[in-house]
Design a protein around this ligand. Structure first.
Ligand SMILES: [Zn+2]
Length: 479
């Protein structure tokens, strides 16, 4: 939720209103986390905005600053991109495509242009003077690369004359066209990103009108700070202008446009569980929340096979860290289960940063997974979260590094750890006395080489883990 702090903070001799965001529904939270990712790319230290009480505090002027367009004397509209515009596109592209995508598109475009040239050479054998139709070049470029409008007439002429030049070899022509195309990286990424985000059926359907995609100045106009920091008209009845997302009334509120929000509410199946809100509350959105909501896709972590996950928690600091771990470890990969993902991210949290979690926070950490229109929520029992957020247990689990053991903890099957340790110790003794261990246990159940090779120390770690867990559980009972 958002709170307009009436206390102004004094900064650089100016009065700066501060915006305070509190965790709310998971979709809003994912939007804010996505926004923080863009902010990080803009060069900001995101940790400074994350407060211990779980909120995000940010100066309004910061949002204004990143949305500000440089005084554009550049002729190219892409030179007028503010830092938000640049990095919103960049992070979106990065999440959706791999690094080689741009180069592959260039190669594909060149291949098609060379086909146009081959057709021309064939025709020339029959007719006297035949030139390449510029529209053909535009068509090939638009199909595989960027809008033809993103080329200057001079560049198009250059491509045309290269294709028509019989004195040059194919590799020579390819090389020169490559030089022209490779300068269009910003344009290419922009085109790919808007085509995913704003068309009909896209994430934010029609938020930016698809008929304007090739008019980049319109993009800059749509995403300017004045459109998101619209101060509410104070004369309006206070009862009706409360934002359903941040429950604030500082910024101008408008009724939710379900067409634009189609990504939130899949066709014909309006689900309020998406928002953890009831029908009556879900009516209005303020201009600033609209801005956060268009970062939703950047909060979700894309996995292999088209599913996406987000770790929701009652604190932005927690969400920022947990989701970053998951993104680093699992981004674009296949996962075995949401349970494991949550377990691993909690272990990373406990071993990497000093963070104290209250009871309420531990009980409300959940993995939200989205596959097409299907949404699932998963959380761990609070006693298991307690164990994983115990620094000693977490670092021991990390040292052990075996998924089988992690799963025993996640499932609360602690005796299994003891039995596993005993088996490992038995085999370690056999091995020491030169006997055949006689079982496939080592090969089948233990995955890591270091554990297989030093069964003795592996078994000791398991015993220690078991003892730590038992003593931690006893503490909980007493408490
Ligand atoms: Zn709002």
């Amino acid at each position: 939720m958002l709170k307009y702090d009436s206390d102004m903070i004094v900064n650089r001799g100016m009065l700066m209103p501060e915006i305070v965001l509190y965790p709310s529904s998971w979709l809003y939270n994912a939007g804010v986390i996505g926004f923080l990712r863009v902010l990080k790319e803009c060069g900001e230290t995101v940790e400074n905005f994350l407060k211990d009480d779980g909120s995000v505090e940010i100066e309004e002027s910061k949002i204004e600053e990143i949305l500000k367009q440089p005084n554009g004397d550049g002729l190219n509209p892409f030179d007028k991109f503010g830092s938000w515009h640049r990095y919103y596109i960049k992070v979106t592209f990065y999440d959706l495509y791999n690094d080689s995508n741009f180069d592959e598109a260039i190669k594909k475009t060149i291949d098609e242009l060379l086909k146009v040239r081959n057709d021309l050479l064939k025709k020339r054998k029959k007719e006297a003077v035949v030139s390449v139709d510029e529209n053909k070049i535009k068509g090939k470029v638009e199909k595989n690369f960027v809008y033809a409008d993103f080329f200057t007439q001079e560049e198009l002429n250059k491509i045309k004359s290269l294709l028509e030049d019989e004195n040059k070899t194919e590799p020579e022509i390819s090389k020169e066209i490559y030089e022209i195309l490779s300068k269009k990286e910003k344009q290419y990424k922009y085109r790919k990103a808007v085509a995913i985000l704003f068309p009909s059926g896209g994430y934010y359907q029609n938020f930016f009108n698809p008929s304007n995609f090739r008019k980049v100045n319109k993009f800059l106009e749509t995403f300017k700070s004045e459109n998101f920091l619209k101060i509410a008209d104070t004369n309006i009845n206070v009862n009706i202008n409360v934002c359903s997302f941040c429950t604030d009334r500082k910024f101008k509120v408008e009724p939710i446009n379900f067409m634009f929000m189609s990504f939130l509410f899949p066709a014909n199946s309006f689900k309020n569980s998406y928002w953890n809100l009831d029908d009556n509350n879900l009516t209005n959105i303020c201009s600033l929340c609209k801005f956060f909501v268009i970062h939703f896709h950047l909060g979700m972590i894309k996995l292999q096979g088209g599913s996406e996950i987000f770790i929701n928690a009652p604190s932005f600091k927690l969400m920022w860290n947990l989701n970053n771990y998951v993104r680093t470890l699992y981004g674009r990969k296949e996962i075995t289960g949401t349970k494991e993902v949550l377990g691993i991210s909690l272990i990373e949290l406990s071993t990497k940063i000093n963070i104290h979690l209250g009871r309420w926070e531990k009980m409300n950490i959940e993995v939200v997974s989205k596959y097409h229109d299907k949404i699932d929520f998963f959380s761990l029992p609070s006693d298991i979260v307690d164990l994983l957020t115990n620094r000693e247990i977490a670092s021991l689990l990390k040292q052990i590094g075996e998924f089988k053991i992690l799963n025993m903890v996640l499932d609360g099957e602690f005796n299994g750890i003891l039995e596993f340790g005993e088996k490992a110790l038995r085999d370690a003794m056999k091995r020491k006395s030169g006997k055949d261990t006689g079982t496939d246990f080592i090969n089948e159940d233990i995955k890591l080489k270091k554990n297989k090779e030093d069964l003795f120390s592996f078994s000791q770690k398991l015993f220690k883990l078991y003892a730590l867990i038992k003593s931690e559980l006893k503490k909980e009972v007493i408490a």
